[in-house]
Design a binder for this molecule. Sequence first.
Ligand code: UT7
Length: 345
Amino acid sequence: MSPVPAKLLKNPRAKHDFKGRTCSIAAVGSYVPEKIVTNADLEKIVETTDDWITSRTGIRERRTAAADEFTSDLGTKAALKAMERAGVKPEQIDLIIVATITPDYPFPSTAALVQQKIGAYRAAAFDIEAACSGFIYALEIGQQFIMSRTYDTVLVIGAEKLSAIVDWTDRNTCVLFGDGAGAAILQNRPGAHGLLTACMGADGNKADLLLMPGGGSRNPATHDSVNARLHYLRMDGKETFKNAVNAMLAAATEALRRCELDISRIKVVIPHQANLRIIDAVGQRLGVKPDQVFVNLHKYGNTSAASVAIALDEVVQTGRVQRGDLILLVVFGAGLTWGAAVIEW
Ligand code: UT7
């Protein structure tokens, strides 16, 4: 590894070691359902082709959960792996945060259901909704609880069963999404490596670009709302695309600036896995080398809040990063929302 110019890396951790507190990522875990839906499978249900999907998005297949497998189940499986790797027992967990747009129910929270499934009865539990940016929002919230001395162990989960809200007759959207979950255990481990910074942003002026119009207080479920297919995800793909590139670039730049880091110091960039063309455009503008960027969307499609969480687990489990390496996560989603985080693994 090349020596680090002092002005680019003045021990970025120091700023986040606050009076002996450090937000460390003790371990990560992920889970994807067994069922694989290939582009060829989709050719049979909507007017599309493997060639269109692959060339316009980079996606080759995605996973879909079983009829009796829900977001809380996916999140639980990811969480149990992370807990085992971290050596954390259910009773040690102080807080569970689940980021999702596909909760089991509108209420209670999916986090409460996960709490029951893993037996973490001491833990407080709530969901956050920041769409595809949810995992970074949840990491940042978890970090605040740890640095403020409120909690010592926080379980953060990004989990989605998007197959439940995808309109399987709409070729514009149904080819894009998949189901899955990723989890991280955040702990106060003074002196250990950890989350160096996370930045978040939002622009509600563009809420209409990507939304599910039905099922909330504006369009509660009625026969009419269901007939109008309001309970499915809708997206203006082109506009979302443009906004994604700009926002991800801005978020990544801000996260690096806060840590006084040059992009060349980052071992692996993990972008939200929505579209390979978005990833390439962001990577080019950031000046990353192709081998710095991690991509797994050909296998899973866009899994929204689970996307970078699953990718982070894959990066760690395949040995692509070693303890001490720097990772940049960068996300974008409905809201609009965006964010980026730098992790010293
Ligand atoms: O996770 C949150 C963030 N999400 C994103 O960032 C997604 C952002 N958007 C995208 O990734 C891309 O805009 C899409 C992949 C959704 C669409 O790609 P595009 O290059 O922007 O295509 P388009 O929407 O402009 O559509 C081009 C053509 C249209 O046909 P006409 O109107 O030109 O005749 C579409 O009807 O491609 C057609 N098309 C399809 N054709 C075959 C759209 N979907 C399909 C399909 N198969 N599945």
